[in-house]
Write a protein that binds this ligand. Structure first.
Ligand SMILES: [Zn+2]
Length: 273
């Protein structure tokens, strides 16, 4: 049984094939609601837009995933154990659409209340990503965390971006996703229109991922996402070991972790592309 729902909309003029994904993480429901609202009424001018509801079972159960993170399943080297899991099979259902596409927008949202909206993409998509209505463009995540939809497209040299809309319970997040979707489709020439609000951007490159190897990780305090450190700072403790970051480091997603080998935090630097 399929774990995706695909809606294809075509224009009468030939053009790019764009893929838009919602529900890769099933609990990020605002983007699924956005699809339900937008798809029936949207009129495609040029080319083809493929809308994919990406993990129906997780959407139905309002869970981030069923067996493992679908956004790490887009890789050819999954272990035998993972290969037959639901999310691996789901990735294999989505991959033919990505392979057909010229460009991708994958819509997400965050569990964390004070999260900011940002784009995840690589340098070759920066020009496209400038059309997205948020202030932050983050690159290089896939060096540390391969297997996202965006990574799959990047390996083919295609335009691809993930959009994190902000806190998933915030009604403004759905509006931000809508703005991102519309600007993306205008930029791809799929729909007619003028690109809306696009603030000045900061470009970041992720340079470090900390995983706890030996003990649970406990953060030293709350860190706002994208907080820039003013001085060398204790980020947390892995068991008795103190973990520091340097002045100028930009902290992302600092979290307590009970299990071993989990993402505790990322560090980014500001870059000039
Ligand atoms: Zn997500």
């Amino acid at each position: 049984m399929s774990n995706i729902r695909v809606v294809v909309k075509e224009g009468i003029i030939s053009g790019k094939t764009a893929v838009v994904l919602a529900g890769v993480h099933g609990n990020e429901r605002l983007n699924v609601q956005l699809f339900d609202r937008i798809i029936p009424k949207i009129k495609i001018d040029k080319g083809k837009v493929i809308f994919i509801y990406a993990n129906l079972k997780a959407i139905q159960e309002n869970k981030r995933f069923i067996e493992f993170n679908l956004n790490r399943a887009f890789r050819n080297n999954l272990g035998d154990k993972d290969k037959e899991k639901l999310e691996a099979r789901t990735a294999r259902e989505i991959i033919p659409y990505l392979n057909e596409a010229d460009c991708l927008l994958d819509l997400h949202a965050s569990n964390s209340k004070d999260s900011k909206s940002f784009v995840i993409c690589q340098l070759h998509s920066f020009e496209f990503a400038k059309a997205i209505p948020c202030e932050l463009i983050t690159s290089n995540l896939e060096e540390f965390e391969p297997g996202s939809t965006v990574h799959w497209m990047n390996l083919q040299g295609k335009t691809a971006m993930g959009f994190e809309a902000g806190y998933l319970e915030d009604p403004e997040s759905e509006k931000r996703s809508e703005g991102a979707l519309m600007n993306f489709l205008i930029k791809a020439e799929s729909i007619k229109g003028k690109i809306g609000y696009t603030p000045d951007k900061k470009f970041l490159k992720i340079i470090f991922l900390y995983k706890n190897k030996e003990a649970p990780f406990i953060k030293s305090r709350e860190f706002a996402d994208f907080e820039k450190l003013k001085e060398k700072t204790l980020i947390g403790k892995e068991g008795n070991k103190e973990v520091y970051a340097e002045a100028g480091d930009i902290m992302l997603f600092v979290r307590d972790r009970d299990e071993l080998n989990e993402e505790c935090f990322l560090i980014a630097k500001e870059i000039t592309p």
